[in-house]
Structures are given as structure tokens and as C-alpha cells.
Design a protein around this ligand. Structure first.
Ligand code: NAD
Ligand code: GLY
Length: 359
């Protein structure tokens, strides 16, 4: 098992990454001084797979566990779901010591985290992430939120967990597409911050795809460390933390223009290729690094070509984001594998040229 000790301005907690952790979660929590009531918030899919194991582990350590199960799906990140959960917490007379266990992917982490942050002005939150993305990304950095209508993550706050328990055994029940989507954002972290991690991913890509335990533990650990190194410098996302959005300017536009038929991870892969091509055209990123990125994304099973979408719709979506971002189209541009810059001044004709000459 690997342990990361997180020291942020207002939060010190541990991230435990290893195998077989779900069945001993209760013991870890007891050892940290927690006791009493625990609300296990999860969805129907994850509850069927891991609900019993986690509940049993806590009950064996003396906790009183109540399961609160919502339906699977991104649309559940809503105020309606939050209100449902507040009422469930009221039913068990939750007090400010009642533990919230967020068991699932990023959707559950963000929703249960939001509920933990707001009910009684804050309950202790334990993330038990069960997707690759949730383990190295959404359980780290304190962002919790729900959507409002079609606008994503617009009602939220920053609320750090008291502990993160990441059991990599949960990856074995994940659909392959969800693992590959997570891998896109792991490659993103390597491109942003760590050239030697990129080389590690390139050398071990087949082991990653077959979910080799040691390699999976290592990539969750390194990727979490990368995110933390950025979050520590800009906890509330005023500047530097923006670099985590590599691939997202064009990625969001591709998701929108495809009516969300292109998955988020695939869109980020396409978006990273787009940012790299733009950077290459601006003479900021070498052709050989561009080839290395393309090669790794392809070997990971991710798309590197622009899907057959209406280019005007892509530009329209980019411009919609621009309006939200106070008038600038912000691109995160790689300047080498392991280093990126934030640019608000990519010429429109370069974006057009990249879109026109992509495939
Ligand atoms: P998800 O939570 O929807 O999970 C993906 C699917 O896998 C779901 O159907 C889920 O039920 C299922 N699942 C989860 N664990 C499983 C397991 N072990 N075995 C089988 N099935 C399992 O998606 P995600 O990719 O984990 O998270 C995406 C969400 O995370 C988005 O809402 C996004 O906005 C959010 N996010 C938040 C942050 C943050 O910093 N808070 C960062 C990145 C993403
Ligand atoms: N996923 C981007 C962030 O946490 O800031």
C-alpha cells in the first residue's frame, strides 16, 4: 500500500492507495478516531458490487451504517439528488460527527462531497473512489459540485475529505471504456508535469491495459501526486490550476458538437492532440514530441483524429466557452512533454488551420 500525506492550507489528510482496502476500511477509520454513524452514499451499480463489503467492514469496527443509494448517471449530480440525500440524513438524525462515505466514481464523489460540505455546515467526508479517474483526479483537490440544468458543476464549493481510500481492486469490475477514458487524463497529467512519467506510461502501456496491479498502483500514485503538486500552489483555481484543463478547450467543443456521443476521455485525447498541433504550428512544441503523444494515445486505445463533425459547430462551442471565460479563448499548450503554458492569445487562423488540416 502507498500513502500520500496531503498538507493543504485548511486540510491535512491521507490518501491510501492499494489492494484489498475495502474490506479493512472500517479498521482504518477506527484507528483515525472515527466512530458512530456512517452514511454510505453510492449508486445502484457500485452498491451491488461493493456495498456489502464496505458496510460489513465498518460494522465489524462498530459503526452504524446506513446506505443511501441513488441511481447511476451523470444527471444525478443535481440539487434534487442533494435534497433527497439531506432528507435521508435527517431521517437518521445525522449530527456533525456522522461520517459521509462517498463510494463510487466522480459523480458520487462530487455529489456526496457537496452534501457533506453543506449539511449542518460540514460533515466529515471519506472518499472511497472506485473508478480510475476518481482515484487520481476527482477525489483530490476538494472540488465538489452539482449541475444546474444543462450547466455543469455550477453549484459547488471546495471541501476536502478527511481521508481517501483508493482500492485498485475495484478496477477489475470497470467496463474497459471507463478505464481507457481515465487513462486519457493520466496521460494528460504526464504531459502537463512529468516527462519521465510519460516515458513510464509509454513503456508500460500494455501492462496498464491488462490492469497489472503493481503498475496500476504506481500510476494512480504518481498521477495523484502530480495533481496535488498543482493544487497545493493554487487550491482555489485562480491561475495555475487551469493547466489541468489541457485538452479541454477543444475537448469540450468536440463533446458538445457530437451531442455527447464522444466520451469525455476521448474528447480530452482529441483536445490534447489539437492543443499539441496548435503549439507545433506556433513553433512551441516539437514534431517529435507531437509524434510521441500521438503514439501513446493511440496505443492506449484513444482517438487522435478529429471525428466527422461540423467544424462550425466546434468553433461555435469554443466561442460559447469564450463568453463564459470573460472573452478569451484559453488554450493550455504543451511546450515539451512534461511542461505546458497557459495562452489566451492563440490566433484564430491557427485554430482554423489545425481543424482544416487535421486528418
Ligand atoms: P462515473 O462516476 O459516472 O462512473 C463511471 C461509471 O462507472 C458509472 O456508470 C458508475 O456507476 C460505474 N462504476 C463506478 N465504479 C465502478 C466499478 N468499480 N465497477 C463497475 N462500474 C463502476 O464517472 P467518472 O469518470 O468516475 O467521473 C466523472 C465525473 O467526475 C464527472 O461528473 C466530472 O465532472 C467529475 N470530475 C470531478 C473532478 C473534481 O475535481 N471534483 C475532476 C474530474 C472529474
Ligand atoms: N479536474 C480539474 C481540477 O480539479 O481542477
Amino acid at each position: 500500500m502507498k500513502t500520500i500525506r496531503v498538507n493543504l492550507k485548511n486540510s491535512c489528510h491521507e490518501i491510501l492507495i492499494g489492494r484489498g482496502l475495502l474490506s479493512v476500511a472500517g479498521r482504518f477509520l477506527l484507528k483515525k478516531g472515527y466512530a458512530g454513524k456512517a452514511a454510505l452514499i453510492t449508486n445502484n451499480i457500485v452498491d451491488r458490487l461493493y456495498g456489502d463489503k464496505i458496510a460489513r467492514s465498518l460494522e465489524e469496527s462498530g459503526f452504524t451504517v446506513t446506505r443511501m443509494i441513488i441511481q447511476d448517471g451523470e444527471q444525478q449530480k443535481s440539487l434534487d439528488s442533494a435534497i433527497h440525500l439531506y432528507k435521508e440524513l435527517q431521517k437518521i438524525h445525522a449530527d456533525r460527527k456522522t461520517l459521509i462515505l462517498a463510494v463510487g466514481g466522480g459523480v458520487i464523489g462530487d455529489l456526496a462531497g457537496f452534501v457533506a460540505a453543506t449539511y449542518l455546515r460540514g460533515l466529515p467526508l471519506i472518499h472511497i473512489p472506485t473508478t480510475l479517474l476518481a482515484q487520481f483526479d476527482s477525489s483530490i483537490g476538494g472540488k465538489v459540485a452539482v449541475h444546474l440544468g444543462q450547466v455543469k458543476n455550477v453549484i459547488g464549493t471546495f471541501y476536502n475529505p478527511d481521508m481517501v481510500i483508493s482500492d485498485i481492486d475495484t478496477f477489475y469490475s470497470l467496463p474497459a471504456g471507463i478505464v481507457i477514458d481515465g487513462l486519457s487524463e493520466i496521460i494528460k497529467h504526464a504531459v502537463i508535469r512529468d516527462g519521465s512519467f510519460f516515458n513510464y506510461l509509454a513503456s508500460n502501456i500494455n501492462k496498464i491495459k491488462s490492469l497489472d496491479k503493481e503498475v496500476m498502483e504506481q500510476i494512480v500514485y504518481t498521477s495523484a501526486e502530480i495533481k496535488l503538486s498543482i493544487v497545493k500552489k493554487d487550491e482555489h483555481d485562480y491561475g495555475l490550476r487551469n493547466i489541468l484543463n489541457l485538452g479541454h478547450t477543444l475537448g469540450h467543443a468536440v463533446e458538445t458538437a457530437s451531442d455527447f456521443k464522444v466520451s469525455h476521455g476521448s474528447a480530452v485525447a482529441i483536445g490534447m492532440m489539437g492543443a499539441a498541433k496548435i503549439s507545433n504550428r506556433m513553433n512551441l512544441f516539437s514534431g517529435s514530441d507531437l509524434e510521441r503523444l500521438e503514439d501513446l494515445l493511440k496505443r492506449a486505445g484513444l482517438p487522435v483524429t478529429l471525428p466527422d463533425l461540423n467544424k462550425d459547430r466546434i468553433m461555435e462551442a469554443i466561442h460559447y466557452d469564450k463568453k463564459i471565460a470573460k472573452g478569451t479563448i484559453r488554450f493550455i499548450l504543451p511546450v515539451k512533454i512534461g511542461k505546458v503554458i497557459i495562452s489566451d492569445s492563440v490566433p484564430r487562423e491557427i485554430i482554423d488551420q489545425v481543424l482544416a488540416n487535421w486528418n
